[in-house]
Design a protein around this ligand. Structure first.
Ligand SMILES: Nc1ncnc2c1ncn2[C@@H]1O[C@H](COP(=O)(O)OP(=O)(O)O)[C@@H](O)[C@H]1O
Ligand SMILES: N[C@@H](CCC(=O)OP(=O)(O)O)C(=O)O
Length: 380
């Protein structure tokens, strides 16, 4: 876990969020020069070995310009129309910028459901991880075109925190139009002072963050502080910094004292997803393991491969919680299954290389990936 500026240098997987307030120079349309600059900074991080997921706002703002609308509409259907038109422009622009650095981009539009529903959660995670492995820069936004008022996340600070949880990222960088979090809103309190480093759960932070964001932004500082708390829940550190500071990303990642660093507290050990798995009470099925599988799960913290499964009980679906039992019937672990019960029966005892041949498509080599597995506490 990263709790000092110096340790930021050790982070490998980053989520970078760029907010509406920054993306549009005159408050309307995308500022392509800025986009080019950030793309260059992200490309440099990538070249230095970091994995970066970009969460970018700006779809609505760009849509307004493309449609020739004078201001932000209030009707949800009009906002959604603007977002769909603008989202195309947003990814086009990023695509162009990253291409000059030899990097591919991918558009990933998420809804809250994609991270709260177990089956979809595994899919979203799998897609993003695959993109990172392929050296593609995923560009994430909320799927504004299809979400309704009741289920929309609304601000991209929260979307970025969800991406951090989804990917077990080490760090979150939120770029905005202020130098960081001040002890009061600097727009209304010109004498406010910048906070350097705090625990994300510090109650004074929320008190300092005002209620709302700027004219174009949705969340303000409040949602950024809450996002930092959510990131801290999965052990990640957040830095909120001025997106227009030259080389801001390299400076943050290099441990320079820029922006406000919000760190997880010492107790935030277990990844949020693991807490979430441990909190699930609805075990949908059981798999029995051979002695070798029991040993690697328990002692080496490894994934469960189909080859270690000897029998399958119950009727579960992909993404359901499944208990893993030893030969003696003792519960060893619980985790989220990558395959449903029917497929599990076909795969039990078989090498992962045969997955496609046995079930008709090539899925993940693991039956339960170690990141989705919680080993049961032993009494010894
Ligand atoms: N304590 C605070 N420190 C810094 N900014 C604050 C604070 N409280 C409120 N704000 C406001 O939050 C704004 C940034 O949020 P927002 O406009 O939503 O930006 P973005 O589009 O980057 O998410 C700042 O411009 C500032 O007015
Ligand atoms: N999804 C919306 C952005 C939501 C939004 O403005 O969020 P934020 O930048 O956090 O204030 C869009 O692309 O226009």
């Amino acid at each position: 876990m990263i709790t000092t500026r110096e340790q930021l240098k050790t982070a490998r997987r980053w989520v970078v969020k760029i907010g509406s307030a920054l993306l549009t120079a005159d408050g309307r349309g995308l500022d392509t020069q800025r986009l080019e600059n950030w793309a260059g900074q992200i490309a440099a991080l990538h070249a230095a070995g970091a994995q970066v997921v970009l969460v970018s706002s700006g779809a609505v703002a760009e849509g307004l310009v493309r449609l020739g609308w004078p201001g932000r509409p209030t009707a949800l259907n009009e906002l959604q129309a603007a977002a769909s038109v603008g989202q195309a422009g947003l990814v086009e622009a990023y695509n162009r910028c990253f291409k000059t650095h030899g990097l591919q981009t991918a558009q990933v539009l998420l809804t809250h459901d994609d991270v709260s529903n177990r089956g979809r959660y595994l899919n979203a995670r799998g897609t993003l991880l695959t993109l990172l492995e392929m050296d593609v820069i995923p560009i994430v936004n909320e799927n504004d075109a299809v979400v309704t008022d009741e289920i929309r996340v609304g601000d991209n600070d929260t979307v970025a925190a969800l991406a951090v949880n989804l990917l077990d990222a080490d760090g979150l960088i939120i770029l905005t139009d202020q130098a960081g979090v001040y002890d009061a809103d600097p727009r209304t309190h010109p004498d406010a002072t910048l906070i350097d480093i705090r625990e994300a759960t510090d109650a004074a932070l929320l008190a300092a963050a005002g209620e709302r964001g700027g004219a174009l932004g949705r969340g303000g500082m409040r949602t950024k502080v809450i996002a930092a708390r959510q990131a801290a829940d999965s052990g990640a550190t957040t830095v909120i910094a001025d997106g227009l500071l030259p080389d801001v990303l390299a400076r943050v990642v290099g441990g320079e004292p820029v922006g406000t660093m919000l760190i997880p507290d010492r107790n935030a050990r277990r990844a949020a997803r693991k807490n979430w798995i441990a909190g699930q009470r609805r075990v949908r099925g059981r798999v029995h393991l051979d002695a070798g599988a029991v040993r690697v799960l328990r002692d080496a913290g490894r994934s469960l491969l189909p080859i270690g499964i000897t029998a399958v009980e119950g009727d579960f679906r992909r993404g359901d919680l499944v208990a893993c039992l030893s030969d003696a019937g003792e519960e060893i672990a619980q985790g989220l299954a990558n395959y449903d019960a029917r497929e599990a029966r076909l795969l039990a005892g078989q090498s992962s290389e045969r997955i496609a041949e046995l079930i008709g498509y090539a899925g993940e080599p693991e039956f339960i990936h170690r990141n989705n597995l919680v080993v049961s506490r032993t009494l010894a």
